[in-house]
Design a protein around this ligand. Structure first.
Ligand code: MGD
Ligand code: MGD
Ligand code: SF4
Ligand code: MO
Length: 689
């Protein structure tokens, strides 16, 4: 029996657990750690059962034609085939004809090597990742306001002492349950069109629920800023000492008195006043945002509006208060720092910055002028596949885009237009099912690696069991392909420790500096939060206490104005569909739909509908309905939800096929972050007979 201290495979809270392997079985036990304090959610508890799932992939498979079944082949055959096809497509159409899609679920080492593989071994600019669908709006708004993007600029345990916490578009009771252990002492203000599990939790502690119409948070945040100003809650000394741009931001908020915002958002002005009063009282106050405010065609400006409110109240950079964005995927934070984003090089450097290119090219041993420039963002990349001037081959690592991308009908057409689709996964995801080549890779408990949690703290995940025979790691796959594409073997190490050493050098001096993240100190469990420069102190648990990260050290208000969602309701599509998560399932469901205990609890697609709305549509609780948008339809079972706005329905996006919520969703993109509008689609409900 061996016990291994590690962390959960799923979300950004990265709860600590001990895995015990004994006779082919692996058991999970929670482990004491500041973020989870010995707690785990149901997904964490059941996570080990995926290690022995009966449909685990263990043999590479490929087909030579564009259709027909794939056949099992040896690794050499599979990698030779992929490398040969990639080289051929590149020779014929140019390097940008090959594209790569990565993931915030990958370890830091994988994210780093994937970005290097794309830029150096493939020479392509066409790489982006699923984090574009996840936190890119908060990242853009954070960079704009603070000059840096770290989800929480303070440790989670700081929340323990909070008096008031505003949670906008975050349902942490289902998406990070152990986080509630840090919120029990605070009055919560939850902003969500639904009476979510988090709202129920908030109510037990005298909290408030503001339920805006989806896509109207920007107006709500402007109104709360308006009330902060008219109520005298603005911290004028802080504004003068630490910020710029308040006057411009106020010019917009001045027009958003509460009664006007009530007409747009549906939130009673009295509730806004109650929230403003709570926020003004504090004194230990936090504003936290999640995907509910980000996944909009104006997500960046919406997050900026919430940051503006936090700045006006003087919260960021003050001990015991702050603004933070709740990162989503296991390595959602690290995954956006090491170069798998279209515009980025390791260390959170810009690929357009000549000095950054010189530094990273130096570490990689290639001429800087050979590095490609910025590529397309995730949806734009998917939308270009197989089209004129678009990529003709796609490699996917750690994402199930056939379920999780917006407007799935359109994405399916693009995937079908490719000459070559290669997917590395450990199960036959819906995306793998479409692939020409599927490469079976190791899972989280079968390999070593580091991740960076929602607090910017770097953690070690450890190998607890060997992968099944025949399975390779993602790093092995990248190594094998790079060598076949003519790269020197030592340039693409397959050992996580060697990759991490290189990552530290590549990140040195960048905003996300990992140079001082010493593996021995990590292994000893030391709390190392980036930036962690080689010669500096041991990491930075709290940012902004003295200065913000802009060159002048000051934070910036963003002059943002409300605007309507990209798509309007009308007589044919009278309701708004919004989408999100349930406790039992993770993302596209590729993992959790295979875990019996979770699949039994939430076995099938459903749509939450207010009983009055359901009655108007002639739909009983439990009836099947077809939810139809201007792009497509999905079939789901009606669940009465009295605590939901009557103009809104909610669908989880964890299901595939006819029940996939993303058949409905609108790929309207935020102009800055290029985040799609997952949270607002105009729909109608039809009866299914
Ligand atoms: N169980 C579970 N946990 C997860 C995940 C998972 O798939 N399952 N995924 C992880 C990942 S990658 C992420 S990104 C996080 C996401 O974590 P959250 O952001 O908490 O998740 P969501 O359910 O997408 O959205 C949160 C809430 O936003 C609300 N909402 C919808 N539209 C609007 C709107 O216009 N305004 C406002 N204010 N709210 C709105 C929804 O009703 C929902 O309750 O969760 C992480 N944890
Ligand atoms: N409608 C709607 N759509 C959404 C969202 C929403 O709120 N509403 N949220 C968006 C958000 S925030 C996110 S983060 C995305 C997530 O959506 P996806 O990117 O699809 O994420 P997962 O379902 O986690 O897919 C991970 C896949 O990679 C595999 N995998 C896991 N770990 C590894 C690994 O280390 N290596 C390899 N090679 N494979 C691995 C898993 O088995 C699975 O098949 O969905 C987005 N889509
Ligand atoms: S909250 Fe997140 S990290 Fe913790 S056990 Fe659940 S899924 Fe895993
Ligand atoms: Mo996410």
């Amino acid at each position: 029996m061996t016990a291994t201290a590690t962390h959960c495979p799923y979300c950004a809270l990265q709860c600590a657990m001990t895995l015990t392997a004994s006779g082919g079985e692996v058991t999970v036990a929670p482990r004491e750690f500041p973020t989870n304090r010995g707690g785990l959610c149901q997904k964490g508890w059941t996570s080990a059962s995926l290690l022995t799932t009966p449909d685990r992939l263990t043999t590479p498979t490929l087909r030579t034609g564009r259709t027909g079944p794939r056949h099992p082949v040896g690794w050499d055959t599979a990698l030779d085939h992929v490398a040969g096809r990639l080289a051929g497509i590149r020779a014929r159409y140019g390097a940008d004809a090959v594209a790569v899609f990565g993931s915030g679920g990958l370890t830091n080492e994988k994210s780093y090597l994937l970005g290097k593989f794309a830029r150096v071994a493939l020479g392509t600019s066409q790489i982006d990742y699923n984090g574009r669908f996840c936190m890119s709006s908060a990242a853009a708004a954070g960079n704009r306001a603070f000059g840096i993007d770290r989800g929480l600029p303070f440790p989670v345990t700081d929340l323990d002492d909070a008096d008031v916490v505003l949670l906008a578009g975050a349902n942490v009771a289902e998406t990070m349950p152990p986080l509630l252990g840090h919120l029990g002492g605070a009055r919560l203000i939850v902003v969500d069109p639904r009476e979510s599990a988090t709202v129920e939790f908030a109510r037990r502690n005298g909290g408030l629920h503001l339920a805006p119409r989806p896509g109207t948070d920007l107006a709500l945040a402007l109104a709360l800023l308006h009330l902060a100003v008219t109520g005298g809650a603005v911290d004028r000394d802080y504004l003068a000492a630490r910020t710029d741009g308040f006057a411009e931001a106020w010019r917009h908020a001045a027009g958003w008195w509460p009664e006007r915002a009530e007409r747009v958002t549906g939130v009673p002005a009295a509730d806004m006043r109650a929230a403003a009063e709570l926020l003004a009282g504090g004194p230990k106050t936090y504003v936290l945002t999640g995907r509910g405010v980000e996944q909009h065609a104006k997500g960046t400006d919406t997050v900026s509006a919430w940051i503006n409110l936090a700045l006006a109240l003087g919260l960021p950079g003050r001990r015991g208060s702050g603004y933070g964005c709740l990162t989503g995927q296991g390595n959602g934070q690290g995954g956006r720092e090491h170069g798998q984003k279209a515009d980025q090089l390791p260390g959170y450097r810009s690929i357009a910055d000549p000095a950054a290119r010189e530094h990273v090219a130096g570490v990689w041993g290639v001429p800087a002028e050979e590095l490609p420039g910025p590529g397309r963002s995730a949806f734009e990349l998917l939308d270009a596949l197989g089209g004129p001037g678009g990529p003709r081959a796609l490699l996917v690592f750690g994402s199930n885009i056939a379920v999780s991308a917006p407007d799935l009908g359109r994405v399916a057409d693009r995937l079908a237009a490719l000459d070559l689709l290669v997917v590395a996964d450990f199960v036959e995801s819906e995306t793998a099912a479409l692939a020409d080549v599927v490469l079976p890779v190791a899972q989280w408990a079968e390999e070593d690696g580091t991740l960076t949690n929602l607090e910017g703290r770097v953690l070690s995940r450890r190998r607890a069991v060997p992968p099944p025979p025949g399975v390779r790691t993602d790093l092995d796959v990248l190594h094998g392909l790079a060598v076949r594409l003519g790269q020197p073997a030592e340039r693409f190490p397959a050992e996580p420790a060697a990759v991490f050493a290189e990552l530290r050098a590549a990140s040195a001096g960048g905003p996300a500096d990992y140079a001082g993240v010493d593996p021995d100190r990590l292994a000893a469990g030391e709390a190392l939060h980036w930036p962690c420069p080689a010669d500096g102190p041991a990491g930075t648990p709290r940012l902004f206490l003295d200065r913000f990260a802009h060159a002048d050290g000051r934070a910036r208000f963003a002059p943002v104005e409300h605007r309507a969602p990209a798509e309007a309701t009308d007589d044919d599509y009278p309701l708004i569909a919004t989408t999100g998560r349930v406790l039992q399932h993770y993302q596209s469901g590729a993992q959790t739909r295979r875990i019996a205990e979770l699949a039994e609890e939430v076995p099938e697609p459903f749509v939450e509908v207010h009983p009055d709305t359901a009655a108007r549509c002639g739909l009983a609780d439990g009836a099947l309905t077809r939810v139809v948008s201007r792009r497509g339809g999905t079939t789901a079972r009606v669940r009465y939800r009295p605590g939901l706005r009557a103009d809104t329905v909610f669908l989880p996006f964890h299901f595939a096929g006819q029940g996939a919520a993303n058949r409905l969703t609108n790929p309207a993109l935020d102009p800055t972050s290029r985040m799609p509008e997952f949270k607002v689609s105009a729909v109608r409900l039809e009866r299914v007979t």
